[in-house]
Design a binder for this molecule. Sequence first.
Ligand code: TMP
Ligand code: ASP
Length: 264
Amino acid sequence: MDFNNRYIPMSRRRRIYEGKAKVLYEGPEPGTLIQHFKDDATAFNAKKHQIIEGKGVLNNRISEYIFQHLNDIGVPTHFIRRLNMREQLIREVEIVPLEVVVRNVAAGSLSQRLGIEEGTQLPRSIIEFYYKNDQLNDPMVSEEHITAFGWATPQEIDDIMALAIRVNDFLSGLFLGIGIRLVDFKMECGRLFENDMMRIIVADEISPDSCRLWDIKSNEKLDKDRFRRDLGGLLEAYTEVAKRLGILIEQERPAGSGPVLVKG
Ligand code: TMP
Ligand code: ASP
């Protein structure tokens, strides 16, 4: 398929879905969508809300970087390519109504629920499932609930867990390499229908909005907890993550510039 040269003016695009931090538009080809990153930051099921100018641009770039690398190591994702500062072309999938949380270090709701001090290394990585339903506040559910209510089949749960472990291993190493501890993250999966086949792939976004990222040395939080906990400096933290990943270079020089200084 040629995804490259079909520009649809913003005004004529059909909006498919609007979430708290992103909008999905109809894509240029059947089976594709455009994922647009907004500047909205929300927490506690949108009870807390603020516009943080530039957050969407950073999340678009960081999520692009992560999904492109996952594609490159053979972890299937919905990501096709980034289109512009705020948008990426993605494959249309049927979202599995689960938030899959993988934890390496105790923090957040796990610490609260079980009384484990934040920062405690867990004996092994833990996978949790939450039912995606804002009206119910995304309640935690077990595999029993998931299969009984038909949100996913046992085989799909196995596939999702295998993907979650691969994503966790990849992200842990990626962030370790830039001095960041991956405490936990949330991912979503979708069903991709292709030539009479269905497979589970990674969807949505992976960004500092959906991960806990702590600086290895200082334990400084470089993620959305800066907003949830009123710590301030969210944009600076996300910028730091992007800089360490080496993905802010393009914005730092004018497009089509001449020779680029190679750092020696
Ligand atoms: P939690 O400790 O609040 O359960 O969050 C676990 C991880 O999931 C953390 O990295 C933040 C992420 N997360 C989301 O991406 N969306 C959500 O709605 C929630 C509650 C958590
Ligand atoms: N994204 C969720 C919300 O808006 C919660 C969170 O990330 O803390 O409400």
